[in-house]
Write a protein that binds this ligand. Structure first.
Ligand code: DAH
Length: 339
């Protein structure tokens, strides 16, 4: 049995020298030292030995096992080092190769317009207000003098969460929220996303942005509205910009108007951008309807106000000469970095 142990020792050391990979080494370790390994088998067979022989063989097996254990550990270290060296040689990095450029983005045209318009109105003493995009039907419609049978509430163009909650179809509900919570004088603008069930084309998107404006105080008249919007149009689209008002209807203003600006490309002569009209429709506006003031707890006998709302995309398109709304949402840097 002594010879057998000696043989196992020799064989395993020899085989270990030939091993090239960690996997092979592990297999070899199992072969000799594993539960069913050769050395373990010898230990199991010790019952057959005489009581004198037993301790001698026992200690021999133990010392061989310790020796092999150490050799295996050493070999494993060697193999790992070799593998690392090999990887270091093959996986070299050429630090002289040009790197991939990290493109620096720019402020999105829609954000640019929002910031610019905010600056203009902050300069006129307005405050910026905010409201939820998931809005109560009550604020999106009822408080704004838009009763349940009004066509603006049509399910076809409004996203309802349920009967009482909608994705706001306009930024106008913020007016009602502010008026409920704040006593006049009120001077606010409110930028934000709005939602309508429109299919996407060159001038429509189910999500777009509006900017709402509201002023309520004593003695606010249509003249204030016109002066304010004229000032805004000139500051935003250029000093030569003309503005004109056409009568219109909105449930929450009386009288109501739509305002057009002279085409900033052709100056009013007619061109591709204004489709030959010379004018570009810009916004809806009017004097806040007495019912709306009353709904929000403001006495229309004492106070009056004006309001307006415009599409931010429309202004961005007009100002930057963009002819397809979809370009604003595709986030193609080649497009976006032009602004
Ligand atoms: N909310 C209107 C729309 O989405 C725009 C608008 C018109 C807002 C008149 C106003 C307003 O505040 O007074 O078409």
């Amino acid at each position: 049995m002594k010879e057998q142990v000696e043989q196992i020792k020799q064989n395993s050391i020899k085989e270990m020298e030939e091993v090239k990979t960690i996997k092979e080494l592990t297999e070899l370790k199992v072969k000799y030292l594993g539960k069913k390994g050769e050395l373990t088998t010898v230990l199991r067979g010790m019952g057959k030995l005489s009581p004198e022989e037993r301790p001698i063989i026992g200690s021999l097996v133990n010392s061989v096992r310790d020796l092999l254990d150490e050799k295996f550990t050493q070999k494993e270290k060697e193999l790992k080092r070799e593998e690392l060296n090999q990887r270091l040689q093959t996986e070299t990095i050429d630090i002289t190769e040009p790197s991939q450029k990290i493109e620096l983005g720019s402020i999105h045209p829609i954000t640019q317009i929002i910031q610019e318009v905010q600056d203009i109105f902050l300069g006129m003493g307005y405050q910026i207000a905010d409201g939820p995009e998931v809005e109560k039907t009550f604020y999106n419609f009822d408080q704004l003098n838009t009763p349940p049978d009004h066509p603006a509430r049509d399910v076809q163009d409004t996203f309802y969460i349920n009967d009482d909650i909608v994705l706001r179809s306009q930024t106008s509900p913020v007016q009602a929220r502010v008026m409920e919570n704040q006593k006049p004088p009120i001077k606010i603008i409110c930028p934000g996303a709005v939602y309508r069930s429109d299919s996407v084309d060159a001038t429509h998107s189910p999500v777009f942005h509006q900017m709402e404006g509201l002023v309520v105080d004593k003695n606010i008249t249509m003249t204030d509205l016109k002066g304010t919007l004229e000032m805004f149009a000139k500051k935003c689209l250029g000093e030569k910009t003309q503005i004109r008002f056409r009568p219109h209807h909105f449930p929450f203003t009386e009288p109501s108007a739509e305002a057009d600006v002279s085409c900033f490309v052709c100056g009013g002569k007619g061109c591709r951008v204004c489709k030959g009209e010379g004018w570009i429709e810009l916004l809806g506006c009017g004097m806040v309807h007495p019912n709306v003031l009353r709904n929000c707890g403001i006495d229309p006998e004492i106070y009056s106000g004006f309001a307006f709302g415009f599409g931010v995309e429309r202004v961005a398109m007009a100002k930057f000469g963009i002819d397809d709304l979809r370009l604003l949402y595709e986030n193609d840097v080649r497009f976006l970095k032009q602004f």
